[in-house]
Design a protein around this ligand. Structure first.
Ligand SMILES: O=c1ccn([C@@H]2O[C@H](COP(=O)(O)O)[C@@H](O)[C@H]2O)c(=O)[nH]1
Length: 235
């Protein structure tokens, strides 16, 4: 792993002004930014372009999950926006993921990474059971990650808890993007399958997605710096 920029800050803010104010305190040489559903629904493509103009690589985390044609066209739009990374839900299945990958490959000069969400880090076994999946999260994550790699995508979103066991079913070049990152002193909130930044990197996470432990901290910059220091020896 040669990419030393391992932190992706989740800009989950209700206004574009707040998101931009946060980005202005950050350094594109040290982290990437994630634009999710809340911010994109407020700010649209313009917020992505603003962040890109400021030098940031953007992970557009809209988790597309629809019929193959609709998903593929949405992924194409993200590629044309020039985002660094975009994602779909792996549970949309093979035909959806393959069509999305093919559509993205037709975008001129495209180098957008396409990854798939396995099992949301907010879910535990009981949540899966309620939606009809009588299976441990790890087993479902393994199944969806293997499917995603066989569809030619670049990686998956999973919990850092699954990273180590996953490496036995997927290749080394496959990216494992892990939200649910919580420094020891941070509240888990709605997250269920969590790990500290040090544990996640030691386990082999490719990228750490971190939102509230930074963005909701009293001093966001100090919080980011403390996370950076905690993983410095591991990157
Ligand atoms: O399984 C998933 C997929 C995506 N996310 C997103 O990551 C961030 C995490 O934010 P925190 O504030 O650090 O919990 C958020 O934008 C989610 O939409 C995820 O948490 N889990």
């Amino acid at each position: 792993m040669t990419d030393r920029k391992r932190i992706i800050v989740a800009l989950d803010y209700p206004t574009t002004e707040q998101a931009i104010a946060m980005a202005q305190q950050l350094d594109p040489a040290r982290c990437r930014l994630k634009v999710g559903k809340e911010l994109f629904t407020r700010g649209g493509p313009a917020i992505v372009e603003t962040l890109q103009k400021a030098g940031f690589e953007v992970f557009l985390d809209l988790k597309f999950h629809d019929i193959p044609n609709t998903t593929a066209k949405a992924v194409r739009a993200a590629g044309e926006l020039g985002v660094w990374m975009v994602n779909v839900h792996a549970s949309g299945g093979r035909r959806m993921m393959e069509m999305a990958r093919n559509e993205l490959s037709q975008v001129q000069n495209h180098n957008t990474l396409l990854i798939a969400v396995t099992v949301l880090t907010s879910m535990e076994r009981a949540d899966l059971a309620e939606v009809g999946l009588d299976i441990e999260p790890l087993e479902h994550v393994k199944r969806l990650a293997a499917l995603t790699e066989s569809c030619g995508l670049d990686g998956v979103v999973c919990s850092a808890q699954e990273v180590s066991p996953l490496r036995s079913v997927i290749s080394d070049r496959f990216s494992l993007v892990t939200p649910g990152i919580r420094p020891a002193e941070s509240a888990a909130g709605d997250q269920r399958r969590i790990m500290t930044p040090e544990q996640a990197l030691a386990a082999g996470s490719t990228y750490l997605v971190i939102g509230r432990p930074i963005t909701q901290a009293e001093n966001p910059l100090k919080s980011l710096e403390s996370i950076e220091q905690s993983i410095a020896a591991l990157v």
